[in-house]
Design a protein around this ligand. Structure first.
Ligand code: TRP
Length: 450
């Protein structure tokens, strides 16, 4: 197996990783890093389970409509604010008006909270890589997932290993390496997903899964579902936390961000749809429950591999590529607080990474334990993991996106005519940025939090 050895080599040796990346960097601009930020666990792990909890096809319709209409605008605005101000989040907001500084602070804070649960899922992937390589036979993955997540010591260890991996890559400033990972590993990941889709579609009862995904049941529409779809759309596109703003601040003047926006949306949606078409037929074929929650993908996918000849090799390749996608997203999350610490407080990158490692550990360890010894501890009726997910994607990210649109539309006066040729679309963009998107975000936040 050439591929996993090779990937292990680069993962084990970030210096080599960054050197390989150097060869590519002149041709491959920031777009790969932005797509790498968007495509990650949000597509493969979060999208199927949130869709499963929110009624299937009808959720998909709302999600796609939100992505194509509403989310395009804050995504573009975030890149544009970064590109225009050329500063990290807090500095960017402050440079527009010193009064906005505290709004800038909300972004790295949201990033720390997102990391605290995102890195737990990264830890689960490492465990599954280990299982696949050791070729461990598991009788019931539902039981295994419960057992593994309840085991405090190993779950915390895997969370911290994943956090450490992302921190080390970030500390070394391997942006070029990330471009390489996205250019080479992402297409490989797409290939493996297509193979798994073909396998999944040939399972007995696969049709039920497709119906669940594409045949809407309009009776399931409700306000919570709209908020969940918005949260997922923002999460998967990395909007509302300053990640794209920070990457946007690295953009060269001549780079066309309209095209980048389309590329991010297209590739991210493609990966999410592929994940859904792979997972739902398998869920129905194995008699699992689509609404079973955060463990859904980790219980379903291994059962697909269990049916494939030499499934453990395919499984190792799949989880290693998923790990690479998770790392490029994880890096973009922690890059936000790190950029703030380095640029504002003049810390060295290494020191900033060390401090951030400690801060995220303080949040993510209790969140990891919320599947085990802290499972009885609830906030708003949710365990710590679910609470962190909820408070970030359903509250803080929409709030950040709202302020971003207001600041970009009303204060920075970003206008469609500067980058969209078609006059009508440019006008619609202006109306969307200044009025429609802020009003919808406020309405959804109000309905969702009521
Ligand atoms: N979009 C990533 C994913 O789908 C996660 C992510 C990266 C993110 N950067 C972000 C989410 C910034 C919110 C904000 O896995």
């Amino acid at each position: 197996m050439v591929m996993p050895t090779y990937i292990f080599l680069i993962l084990k040796n970030p210096v080599l990783f960054s050197q390989i990346g150097c060869l590519l960097t002149s041709r491959f601009t920031f777009i790969l890093a932005a797509v790498g930020s968007a495509v990650g666990l949000g597509n493969i792990w979060r999208f199927p389970y949130i869709m499963g909890q929110n009624g299937g096809a009808i959720f998909l319709i709302v999600y796609l409509v939100l992505i194509l209409t509403i989310c395009f605008i804050p995504l573009f605005a975030e890149l544009a604010v970064g590109k225009i101000t050329k500063k990290e989040c807090i500095g960017a907001y402050e440079s527009i008006n010193p009064k906005f500084k505290f709004l800038g602070f909300l972004n790295p804070l949201t990033g720390i909270l997102i990391s605290s649960f995102y890195f737990i899922v990264g830890g689960w992937i490492i465990d599954y890589i280990y299982l696949s390589i050791a070729d461990t036979k598991i009788a019931d993955y539902g039981d295994y997932f419960g057992f593994f997540t309840q085991n405090s010591v190993s779950a915390c260890a895997f969370t911290l290993i994943f956090l450490l991996m992302c921190i080390l890559f970030t500390a070394r400033g391997v942006k070029k390496g990330i471009e390489f990972a996205n250019y080479v590993l992402m297409p490989l990941f797409a290939v493996i997903l297509v193979c798994l889709i073909i396998f999944s579609l040939n399972l007995p009862n696969a049709k039920l899964g497709l119906e669940y995904m594409f045949k809407p049941d309009f009776s399931k529409i409700n306000a919570q579902m709209f908020l969940a779809a918005l949260g997922q759309a923002l999460f998967t596109l990395s909007i509302g936390m300053g990640a794209l703003l920070t990457y946007g601040s690295y953009i060269k003047e001549d780079k066309n961000i309209t095209k980048s926006t389309y590329t991010i949306i297209f590739s991210d949606t493609l990966f999410a749809l592929m994940a859904g078409i792979m997972i739902f037929p398998a869920i129905f074929s194995f008699g699992l429950e689509p609404s079973s929650g955060a463990g859904l993908v980790f219980i379903t996918i291994p059962q697909i591999f269990a049916q494939i000849p030499h499934g453990n090799i395919v499984s190792a390749a799949f989880f290693i590529l998923l790990l690479a996608a998770a790392i490029t997203s994880g890096i973009s999350i922690i890059e936000v607080p790190i950029a703030s610490m380095v640029e504002r407080w003049k810390l060295t990158r290494g020191k900033a990474c060390l401090i951030l490692f400690c801060i995220i550990s303080v949040f993510s360890i209790p969140a990891t334990l919320s599947f085990g010894i802290l499972s009885g501890f609830k906030i708003l009726d949710k365990n710590i993991f679910d609470f962190l997910d909820f408070i970030t994607s359903s509250v803080l990210m929409p709030i950040n996106a709202l302020f971003l649109c207001i600041i970009a539309g009303w204060f920075l006066k970003i206008r469609g005519e500067h980058f969209i040729q078609n006059k009508i679309i440019a006008k619609l963009f202006d109306i969307g940025l200044k009025y429609v998107v802020p009003i919808i975000l406020i309405a959804l936040l109000y309905i969702g939090l009521k």
